[in-house]
Design a binder for this molecule. Structure first.
Ligand SMILES: [Zn+2]
Length: 225
């Protein structure tokens, strides 16, 4: 069973319509907007909605070609996107574990088959990707999204091998093995696919500002987390 009805996020009047955060945690006024060529689709599990520490909506707000949806299942990629799209030309960010040694040629991004083996011609495979899907939620929520959306099996799988750990530190755990937040993963993927470091820099910087805002608010006793 699929559910194509758009799920709206529950929002209280003082939450930012862009990032969903309370005013003290919102950094939308400070962000730099980027025009990305490779599309981004972030699908968030309905039970995720971590408005305090979540980064998915901020990432999407920073990118001209990005869509954020909350839900459990969509009958096709086109339904999730709201426009025609062929999943064969899209990639899904891999959830499982891929060893550093499985990445070919010292790459930090690579396309893998369903068995976790890197495909032969990485350059062609990577150049072919029109858009990337990222599942946002805990590990089990992301797995649920994977199995509830059969069309992801038609998409390419890409995995990342970041050289530095997530800026989250021990604030929270991310669903993917590589441990990046959704905004960090989005920045790294777009920078590699478009050979443009700006995404990784700008999204990473916004995330750092978001976290420092959170830590200051927590110290002041203004957020409970
Ligand atoms: Zn905001």
């Amino acid at each position: 069973m699929t559910d194509d009805t758009p799920t709206t996020t529950t929002q209280t009047p003082d939450e930012c319509p862009h990032c969903g955060k309370q005013p003290i945690l919102c950094i939308c006024e400070e962000i730099v907007a980027l025009d990305n060529r490779v599309s981004l689709l972030i699908l968030q599990h309905p039970q995720e909605q971590d408005k305090t520490l979540g980064s998915a909506r901020l990432a999407v707000h920073m990118l001209s070609n990005a869509i954020f949806k909350v839900g459990l299942s969509w009958s096709s990629l086109a339904k999730a996107l709201g426009r025609p799209a062929d999943p064969k030309n899209w990639a899904i960010l891999h959830l499982g574990s891929i060893q550093a040694s499985d990445f070919p040629d010292g790459r930090d991004i690579a396309v893998f088959d369903a068995k976790g083996v890197a495909v032969a011609d990485q350059t062609t495979a990577l150049n072919h990707i029109e858009g990337v899907v990222i599942f946002d939620g805990t590990w089990s929520q992301a797995k649920t999204l994977w199995w509830r959306n059969a069309w992801v099996l038609k998409a390419r799988r890409i995995a990342l091998r970041p050289s530095t750990p997530s800026r989250y530190g021990n604030l929270r755990k991310e669903p993917r093995k590589e441990g990046l937040s959704s905004i960090e993963a989005a920045g790294m993927v777009l920078s590699r696919l478009e050979t443009d470091p700006r995404y990784e820099e700008a999204l990473g910087e916004a995330f750092a500002v978001m976290l420092s805002r959170f830590k200051a608010a927590k110290k002041a006793g203004l957020v409970s987390k």
